[in-house]
Write a protein that binds this ligand. Sequence first.
Ligand SMILES: Cc1cc2nc3c(=O)[nH]c(=O)nc-3n(C[C@H](O)[C@H](O)[C@H](O)COP(=O)(O)O)c2cc1C
Length: 190
Amino acid sequence: MKVLGVLGSPRVGGNSDILLDQALAGAKGAGAEVDKVLLCQAKISGCLDCTKCNEAGVCAIQDDMQTLYPKILEADAIIHSVPVYFWAMTAQMKAYLDRWCALFDAEWRWHKAYWPQMKGKRIGLITLCGDANVATADPIVHSFKNTCEFTGLHLIGVVRASASARGEIAGNEAAKKEAYDLGKKAAQKE
Ligand SMILES: Cc1cc2nc3c(=O)[nH]c(=O)nc-3n(C[C@H](O)[C@H](O)[C@H](O)COP(=O)(O)O)c2cc1C
């Protein structure tokens, strides 16, 4: 069982990172092999809609996303952790997500070669916002929920938490437990 954590915050050691580590600890505790990617340390351009991927499912952009595609395919579950930036996900997370485009054909069906690995893949989402009202993160939840529904992925859970200063979330035991449990769930086949 492989669980991949994807950090969408540029603040390494920040709130999203702390909760992602909790989730990965939960997954590891449940017996999974875990891996973590810091998008802010990767060079990932946005999708160019060049359509070159439509035939073979191979993205034409030669950047760090090329090393991420195999990780996405091989993971049994992927947990994304991202803060709200202006009522949306960060640029790092959006660029990564848009590049999933290469995994689909022109009709937005999974490329045949990828479908066996992607079918029902478990997806988790952790969001952080400065606003005390965690519903501020709902546009990000909406984006992941719809992407999963549209593509046949399985959104296993969403953790929404509020924190502002770097590392502030470390004092929120309830949010840490929620993230840990999400990781545990990611490591378990239903
Ligand atoms: C550029 C920028 C935009 C932000 N926009 C919002 C926002 O629209 N709503 C909100 O509640 N918090 C907003 N925040 C606050 C962050 O979501 C919050 O500080 C979060 O805890 C950061 O998580 P991190 O430590 O993982 O980076 C913004 C922060 C930055 C730097």
